[in-house]
Design a protein around this ligand. Structure first.
Ligand code: HAS
Length: 545
């Protein structure tokens, strides 16, 4: 990567790791409050810290890490022209300005609306404008990536595109189509309503537009982790990509099925016809398939590599994996966490069973396994080679050792926290609530032990976050100078050529749009036509309640 490209990617990384620290601190405060043994000082509202936690980790850390990482992949595989790089900087600037505006609005307590900003909770208009700017900045980046890809294809008409560039384009296409939902909600509903041009808001429409965006959002987090699993981990373990075609096909399936499934977050909501909910549940089970393909492909890579190195037996090939290399260990634990995390997702998506878990802290347990373990541990695994590569330093043995300790702390903290969240959810423990003994009811008494376990897990996690930030600073400023490789794997030698149909972009976009129109046209028309008069704004009572 050129000097300017490295600087661009590092700028994203700075925002991501500062966010990790602030968001993690808020997480610690939350588990302490929920344990019932701690009260927030100076009358700070519980929902302020919950909003900071969700927005800064779920929206800021992820988006900045992902776009930074993807820019590194694009620079490495298809390259930047000077003009493209300038536009990429403009995208970064717009995103950062938007992020700062939204962050300040939340921190001064003017946007206690959580990361889903459900109406009729109302924030100061600056919050909505800030988030909209983050989205606009990300669009600029998306178009830069599309342009880079297009120019590369023009120069290499008979070659297949580099796998990682192909994956970045799919992820940004999905993001672009998905964010149209949230941008519409912002421009048509939230901003005019919060500015006082409208007195009421169509709550169900705003939630439906949010989840049209909100579910592909979780795959926008997941796909960069899959990029690393498919194309980078094989190189780190000394192997090759199992199948280029399978990898591309699984990404194409994500493009098709990530978006027309948002209603599975609204299964308990009245006002949406259950037929359409059921149809979107079926589509949700379709989006499980590319993850199962990924699991299959990862096992295959591990086994083939192990056997090539001479390890036999039913599971003997597991021994060859580089367990003491944090670039492998952290993402591998991420993969393991996705087995129960994904299974929990299937539980959530099962229409009737959703009634049992919806709005309980089970759901919080689910996304701490999927997003905060699978995705985040993979991102850490990436950071251990990407940051030294960008700063021209070496990943030293001591940093590697610290990284392994960090990974173990994270795993232990997350296990304690998310297992207890899952169990507490099954016995009715609500999510998104500060501490209450609910008038001393027997059921609430049962939750106490699990809340305590979450406080223990959350404290271990906060220690792990401090250690990660320390490692980040060490990798940038204190590691010895040198060259760290940018590990990109080759395909297996006997791989069949990737068929050309994998790059039939017009067809992929057309199928995606048809599926969206099929799944969403009637529900959205219903929600608009049958809209009740609308809800006036609502704000939380002062304090922790
Ligand atoms: Fe989810 C709620 C359904 C995946 C994140 N999810 C959430 C929320 C978040 C979230 C943040 O249907 C909360 C939203 C809110 O605030 O209200 N989710 C699913 C389904 C999947 C799924 C079906 N979720 C994710 C991922 C996330 C994420 C990924 C973040 C990154 N989720 C739901 C539903 C709800 C929900 C409902 C709403 C609940 C409610 O009522 O509110 C699927 O994509 C999961 C498929 C995955 C698998 C696992 C495959 C396993 C792999 C690992 C391979 C391991 C290897 C290791 C190779 C089937 C790929 C080798 C091992 C050796 C031993 C060698």
């Amino acid at each position: 990567l050129s000097k300017n490209e490295r600087r661009l990617v590092m700028s994203y990384m700075y925002v991501a790791f500062i966010s990790l620290f602030i968001g993690g601190l808020m997480g610690l405060l939350q588990v302490l409050v929920r344990s019932g043994n701690f009260e927030l000082p100076w009358g700070i509202n519980y929902y302020t810290i919950l909003t900071v936690h969700g927005v800064i980790l779920g929206l800021v850390l992820t988006t900045f890490f992902i776009i930074g990482f993807q820019n590194a992949l694009m620079g490495k595989t298809v390259g930047y022209s000077k003009k493209q790089l300038n536009w990429a900087w403009i995208g970064f600037a717009v995103m950062t300005i938007g992020m700062i505006i939204a962050a300040i609005t939340i921190l001064v307590g003017k946007a206690n609306v959580l990361y889903t900003f459900y109406a009729p909770l109302q924030a100061h208009p600056a919050f909505y404008i800030g988030i909209t700017l983050v989205v606009v900045g990300s669009w600029i980046n998306a178009f830069v990536n599309f342009r880079q890809f297009y120019m590369w294809k023009k120069k290499h008409p008979d070659e297949k595109s580099p796998l990682l560039a192909f994956m970045v384009v799919i992820n940004m296409l999905m993001w672009l189509i998905a964010t149209l939902g949230v941008a519409t909600a912002m421009l048509v509903q939230f901003i005019p309503w919060s500015l006082g041009y409208k007195n009421t808001i169509n709550v169900l429409l705003s939630r439906t537009l949010f989840w049209y965006f909100g579910h592909p959002l979780v795959y926008f987090w997941l796909l960069p982790a899959y990029m690393a699993w498919y194309a980078i981990i094989p190189k780190i373990i000394g192997g090759k990509i199992f199948s280029d075609t399978l990898a591309r096909f699984s990404f194409i399936l994500f493009l098709f099925f990530s978006i027309p499934v948002g209603l599975h977050h609204q299964l308990t909501e009245p006002g949406l016809d259950s037929t359409w909910k059921f149809i979107q549940v079926i589509l949700t089970f379709m989006v499980v398939i590319p993850s199962l393909m990924t699991a299959f492909s990862m096992f295959a890579t591990f086994e083939i590599t192990g056997r090539k190195k001479g390890y036999g037996g039913l599971f003997g090939w597991l021994k060859h994996l580089p367990w003491s290399d944090v670039r492998f260990l952290a993402p591998f634990i991420g993969m393991l966490a996705f087995i129960p995390g994904g299974a929990g997702g299937i539980v959530n998506a099962s229409y009737q069973i959703n009634t049992l878990v919806h709005n309980t802290i089970w759901v919080t347990g689910h996304f701490h396994l999927t997003a905060a373990t699978t995705v985040v541990l993979t991102f850490f695994g990436i950071a251990y080679w990407l940051i030294p590569h960008l700063t021209g330093r070496k990943l030293t043995k001591s940093v590697n050792r610290l990284g392994i300790i960090q990974t173990i702390l994270w795993t232990v903290g997350m296990l304690i926290m998310s297992i207890s969240m899952h169990i507490q959810g099954l016995i009715g423990g609500p999510r998104r609530s500060a501490y209450s003994d609910y008038g001393g009811t027997a059921q609430a008494t049962e939750w106490g032990a699990y809340q305590m376990a979450q406080a223990v897990g959350g404290t271990i996690l906060f220690i792990a976050i401090v250690l990660m930030v320390y490692i980040f600073v060490k990798m940038i400023f204190f590691s010895p100078k040198g060259e760290e490789e940018f590990p990109i794997a080759q395909e297996e030698d006997n791989a069949e050529p990737t068929p050309r149909w994998t790059e039939n972009w017009k067809l992929w976009i057309a199928i995606t749009l048809v599926l969206i129109l099929f799944a969403y046209t009637v529900p959205i028309m219903d929600v608009i036509q049958n809209a009740p008069p609308g809800s006036a704004p609502f704000d939380w009572p002062i304090g922790n309640s």
